[in-house]
Design a protein around this ligand. Structure first.
Ligand code: DGJ
Length: 748
């Protein structure tokens, strides 16, 4: 058991392989946070926080007349509200009598094997062997509002999850104006905050800044987790790097608007809170009612970002993603979007299928434009019946013909959206979000369906279900191309409009749950104008998410780099597209595009009919290599070997956990005359092991003409040589060359 309770001292200690978490029920019944960090022989950490009489910091009645105890100072597991803690709070409550207050005391706790679940919300899952649960109950003695603090412990993975179940056990309703998932106080240290900001076509850019006495807020108010910020942050030592330094990671398992806030208080103690965005949030909790917050996944390591990322990669792959394709080899697909956009017919699609089959691709995905009268992107969202002017043979026949060529078939939908120019809108105009008396803001000419209404969710399921049942559709790309505005539900009373945004997210999860439960073999790929909803909530239903609408490989290096801090390669939708690239106009070698896309789910998004015979041969070789190294790429340990944009090349590597092989990837991002040698130190190898090199990129880059090719260089290396001396690349020539070097251990 990783959870230990000492009745004498009131101390609850959670231990994982390398971390320890401690809290205490103090003599007044307050639940005090004591420690989260590196594991050592469990000790009572109360000594860290001697009481002080702090001026301008109030004292709770239980401690009175002592002035040594103050909520405004001491570390807490979950804050109350309105009772003298003036730091960022995890909860805001309006009581029936009009007071703003919640004041919790410890009630009880219990432990159990296995992992708690949340109703209607995605959460990490685990067997009784791999996970345990701690529930600590605290309650306000006056209003009887109870908070059950949930802790899920994955001891071997060094992961602790947190969520809160708020119950109204009083006689009167209360309104939750803020109900966050966790609060963590870290009283000592100097910290940096890393967050992942961006925009459409440039998601998850890494930004690091000092934590100061200002409240730093990483948030999305868009009703989705968003392109602009990601619900994942890192708090790290000022000097932390890839291989060293204390780091905490916080990832919210939620796909709607979120907030992550951090500050240093007046005594330099850090507090971090995370949960649902509270702007336009107000949840009425009736007597007997329960509100469950989404889950936060936490980890701590004192070994830098690489170790932190490995832990998130593991928990997501093993305990968030589910279904047939959690570990099974996923199909390599050809998506027609950048090949045809909305301009296609069944003939064109069948021609693409012929090309795909001849190359050895596994699946053809039919993107936007197959339904209603969708010849332009201002119409027909909501009309999920096939456009027989474009697909004259009908969908069933198209799928059959594609299957007959040896290809699987996948399709695109954007279920949450509606165009005013659609049959659905003409029938149900009130199904779209709109505030009374106002014309809602359009984005890409579309409005958002009110998925907080169960009849809307039912309608969507009733459209999607026959489509999937009647046609052999093995993959569904679930797109979502706008942020939410004008949020107002026609069926909820005025005082409950603050529930709509969260109910909308619950509606999405309900729909995704029904689809994945009833079509367990379907591969879902999440998408939101690229990577605008790249979060662990969506990954619970779909093991991969289209990472960005920017398919330029050089820009993708940046995007995939930031994404890799929290999310494993197996979740990153990435394709080889045409050159010049459609987003940037940049020209790159097809080999380089493939090296970058292979650090993802891998696929193509171009018209193979426009490629040369030589490029087609390259594609066949790319498919061979991707399949050959599939397990290493998808399940191996990822090492970021360069910090993004620090040099004229980017390097990253996959290493098998048993150190039996590694794949080094390098993209040279700028040509240089008389360039210094590029030397890269590998990681995660056995120092005394002997490794044999295969240059998988042989022939696909140009060495400076006077130099011998790599294959004539050294072939065998010790792991130590590669890790401490590094590997020196040949001096390359031309635009954006890329290397893929495989090292296989040949001794022992
Ligand atoms: C946005 C997606 O990210 C693209 O891949 C494509 O599916 C378009 N939508 C289609 O409208």
């Amino acid at each position: 058991m990783s959870i230990n309770y000492q009745e004498r001292t009131g101390i609850i200690t959670i231990e994982t392989l390398h971390t320890m978490y401690q809290m205490r029920v103090d003599e007044n019944g307050f639940l005090q946070h004591l420690y989260y960090g590196k594991r050592f022989s469990a000790d009572d950490m109360t000594y860290l926080y001697p009481g002080y009489d702090r001026p301008c910091s109030g004292n709770p009645d239980e401690a009175y007349p002592s002035r040594m105890v103050s909520f405004n100072v001491f570390p807490q597991e979950y804050t109350g509200y309105g009772i003298g803690d003036f730091r960022i709070n995890s909860l805001a409550v309006r009581n029936a009598d009009g007071s703003y207050g919640a004041d919790f005391r410890y009630v009880s706790h219990e432990t159990g094997k296995g992992k708690y679940g949340l109703s209607g919300l995605p959460a990490s899952y685990g067997t009784e062997e791999e996970a345990e649960t701690l529930v600590v109950r605290i309650q306000d003695p006056v209003t009887k509002l109870k908070a059950e603090l949930l802790y899920g412990i994955f001891a071997e993975k060094d992961i602790i999850t947190r969520a809160v179940r708020i119950k109204n056990e009083g006689q009167q309703s209360v309104i939750l104006d803020r109900a966050l998932s966790m609060s963590l106080d870290i009283p000592f240290g100097k910290w940096d905050l890393i967050h992942f900001h961006g925009r459409h076509a440039l998601e998850r850019q890494t930004e690091r800044e000092q934590l100061t006495h200002l409240v730093k807020k990483v948030e999305s108010k868009r009703g989705t987790s968003s392109h602009q910020e990601n619900p994942f942050i890192i708090l790290c030592d000022r000097n932390a790097g890839e291989d060293h330094g204390a780091c905490y990671g916080f990832m919210l398992v939620y796909s709607g608007g979120f907030t992550a806030e951090a500050e240093l208080d007046q005594f330099d103690s850090a507090r971090i809170v995370m949960g649902i965005q509270d702007d336009q949030f107000a949840w009425s909790l009736e007597p007997g009612g329960t509100f469950e917050t989404p889950e936060v996944i936490l980890t701590f390591t004192d070994e830098g970002f690489t170790g932190l990322s490995h832990r998130f990669h593991k928990i997501i792959r093993h305990n968030i993603c589910r279904g047939k394709y959690q570990f099974a080899q996923r199909p390599v697909l050809l998506n027609n979007w950048e090949a045809t956009y909305l301009d296609f017919t069944d003939e064109k699609l069948l021609a693409l299928a012929d090309e795909a089959a001849a190359l050895g691709i596994d699946m053809l995905v039919l993107d936007d434009g197959w339904f209603g009268e969708r010849n332009t992107d201002d119409r027909s969202l909501g009309d999920w019946f096939v456009n027989e002017k474009k697909i004259r043979c009908g969908l069933k026949s198209l799928v059959e013909q594609i299957n007959a060529k040896g290809l699987k078939f996948g399709i695109w939908m954007e279920p949450e959206m509606i165009n005013e120019n659609s049959e659905l809108y003409r029938l149900h105009p009130d199904w779209a979000f709109a505030m009374p008396g106002r014309i809602p803001t359009r984005t890409r000419s579309q409005l958002v369906l009110d998925l907080s209404r169960s009849e809307v969710v039912d309608y969507l399921y009733d459209r999607i279900e026959p489509l999937l049942r009647e046609n052999n559709i093995e993959y569904l790309k679930w797109d979502m191309n706008r942020s939410l505005s004008d949020v107002y539900s026609a069926t909820l009373p005025p005082e409950r409009q603050g529930e709509v945004l969260h109910r909308y997210v619950l509606g999405i999860y309900d729909l995704m749950d029904r689809i994945t439960t009833n079509f367990p073999d379907l591969l879902l790929e999440g998408c939101s104008g690229g990577g605008g909803r790249f979060d662990a909530g969506i990954l619970y239903y779909s093991p991969q998410i289209w990472c960005s609408d920017d398919t330029d490989p050089i820009e993708r290096l940046n995007i995939q780099y930031g994404t890799s801090f929290g999310y494993p390669v197996s979740t990153v939708g990435a394709h080889v597209s045409a050159s010049p690239n459609h987003q940037t106009g940049r020209t790159t070698p097809i080999h380089t595009r493939a090296v970058v896309a292979m650090s993802g789910t891998f696929g193509y998004e171009l018209d193979p009919g426009k490629l040369t015979a030589q490029e087609k041969d390259q594609i066949r070789e790319q498919l061979r290599l991707f399949r050959k190294h599939y397990d290493l790429i998808q399940g191996g340990l990822l090492y970021r070997l360069t910090a993004i944009q620090e040099d004229t090349y980017e390097a990253w590597q996959f290493a098998a956990e048993d150190k039996s092989e590694a794949l080094l990837n390098v993209v040279v991002t700028a040509p240089r005359a008389n360039r210094p040698l590029i030397n890269i130190r590998l990681k995660g190898l056995e120092p005394d092991g002997i490794y044999e090199l295969t240059d998988e990129s042989d022939g696909y880059y140009m060495a400076v003409p006077s130099e011998p090719p790599v294959k004539e260089w050294k072939k065998l290396f010790t792991g130590g040589a590669l890790m401490f001396g590094g590997y020196t690349l040949p001096n390359v020539w031309g635009d954006y060359p890329a290397f893929q070097l495989h090292f296989r251990r040949i001794d022992g």
